[in-house]
Each structure stands twice: as C-alpha cells, then as structure tokens.
Design a protein around this ligand. Structure first.
Ligand code: ADP
Length: 245
C-alpha cells in the first residue's frame, strides 16, 4: 500500500535510508533448503524482517480430475500470511490480496518450470509468511524457487524475486515496511537471471519512464546477487552439480 501521508523522512541528509542502507542496497538475506521433512522439497528465507517458508508437493496426479491439463503440469502456489505475521493480527484465511498473490506467483513459477514434462499433474507450492515486512511476494517467489529445486523439479532457471521503487523522490532497491507505507512507488519483479527474462512485473504508485527503467535495472543487478546466494545454498546441500538440470 503506497502513498500514506506522513512527515517521516525516508532519506536523510547523507542520502541514507531509515535502516541505514544506500539506495541500491539489499536488506540482509539468509536461505536454507530442506526444512520440511514430509514435503518433496522445501526452503526457508529470512529477508530483512521477512520470514517465509515454502514447501513443494509433486508433480503428482492432479485432483480434481477436471483441473488436469493433458499436455502439462499445473502449478498451484498458495500464498498465506500467518495470523501473527503482522503488527495487528491478520484475519486467517484467504483474502483478496492473498488470492491475487497466489495467482501471480503461480504464473511466475510456471514460466520457469518445464511443465510440459509432467502432463496431468499438479505441482503444489505452499508459501507461508511467518513474519512480514514488505516484499513478501518477491521473497516468496525466491524461496519457492529454492523449494522447487530441492524437490528436483526441472526448471529453465532458478527464479529470483526482487523489488525496487521510489521514496522521497529517490529510486531505491528492496523497500522495507516504512518505505512501502510512506513511499511513492513499489515495483516487484521476478527474473530468470540467466536469460534476463521477466516472469513478474507489477507497479504500485507512480514513476516516470526513466525512474522505472532505473528501478528495473537496480532490481536486475540485485537479482544476480540473490541468484548466486540461491546457487550457494543448493550447493551446500547437494554439492557442485546444481546448475546442470
Ligand atoms: P508485499 O509483501 O509483496 O510487498 P504488499 O505491498 O501488498 O505486498 O504488502 C506490503 C506489506 O504490508 C506486507 O509485506 C506486510 O508487511 C504488510 N501487510 C500486507 N497485508 C497486511 C495485512 N492484512 N495486515 C497487516 N499488514 C499487512
């Protein structure tokens, strides 16, 4: 939610943000794979104040049968925020926002997975937000991509989510909660870094064409760093051959 009015200064006289970051600096990120024993694949991410777990089941025969596609797998991501994940208790269960996020995340993941290899099946991806601090959809896509890799599901590339936007008239990378609330624009993206392909692009707020280009370039650069973290995280569990699917 952009554009709440306030007197808060989001960029100080030294050009630093309220959490001390430079405009093009990411929040700290930590990742882990293989955290849910019963899932076919799983992963956990801490990204700034976000804590998100992803669990993947499948590919398995899709039920109910009428949802099956005869030539490909369907990818069903379910984005859910825990009741305790935000300041005020979030009402449990799907709301308009989580239905939208589930849809856009499903589409982004579908574009990376070789779905045509698994006709009539479903790949279920559960994304549980335990703690939210803005940027959960892009962090959710990133952790889901790790869980899919952990499940051994063949993909054209790992996906990386990353957002950029504008606060106090400055284009910045990876907005935190205050910046998201009181800033001017937020542009969440999902990227396949090897090809530079964009799997998700949304925009909340207003940017000029040049600002949008700048924000997208910032997110693209950061995506390469996050991609390397994903590779390292998978290598730590699987050894050197994670890139050869
Ligand atoms: P994203 O998390 O992808 O940035 P939004 O821009 O919709 O998605 O949300 C920004 C942030 O606002 C969330 O990460 C979360 O911290 C907070 N938020 C979202 N929905 C709620 C809610 N129902 N109650 C309280 N805070 C929320």
């Amino acid at each position: 939610m952009m554009g709440m009015k306030s007197d808060i200064r989001l960029i100080d006289d030294n050009g630093l943000r309220i959490d001390g970051r430079l405009p093009n600096q990411l929040r700290p990120i930590k990742m882990e794979v293989g955290v849910v024993k019963r899932a076919d694949g799983s992963a956990y991410i801490e990204w700034g104040g976000n804590k998100i777990i992803a669990a993947v089941y499948g590919p398995r025969e899709a039920y109910p049968k009428h949802v099956q596609e005869s030539d490909r797998a369907i990818v069903r991501a379910r984005y859910n925020m825990a009741a305790f994940s935000v300041d005020e208790r979030k009402r449990p269960g799907p709301d308009r926002r989580s239905v939208e996020l589930s849809k856009v995340i499903s589409e982004a993941l579908t574009s990376a997975i070789f779905v045509e290899k698994f006709p009539r099946t479903a790949i279920d991806v559960y994304i549980e937000v335990l703690q939210a601090d803005a940027g959960t959809r892009v962090a959710g896509i990133t952790v889901a991509s790790l869980a899919l890799a952990d499940a051994g599901i063949p993909m054209r590339d790992l996906i990386v989510g990353c957002a950029a936007g504008k606060v106090d008239d400055v284009v910045v990378l990876d907005l935190n909660k205050e910046e998201d609330n009181f800033g001017q624009a937020d542009v969440p993206m999902a990227i396949l870094p090897r090809t530079g392909e964009i799997a998700l692009l949304q925009m909340d707020g207003d940017l000029t064409y040049d600002e949008l280009t700048n924000a997208m370039e910032m997110a693209m650069d950061a995506a390469k760093k996050i991609y390397n973290m994903e590779i390292e995280t998978l290598k730590a569990k699987y050894g050197g051959d994670v890139n050869e699917q």
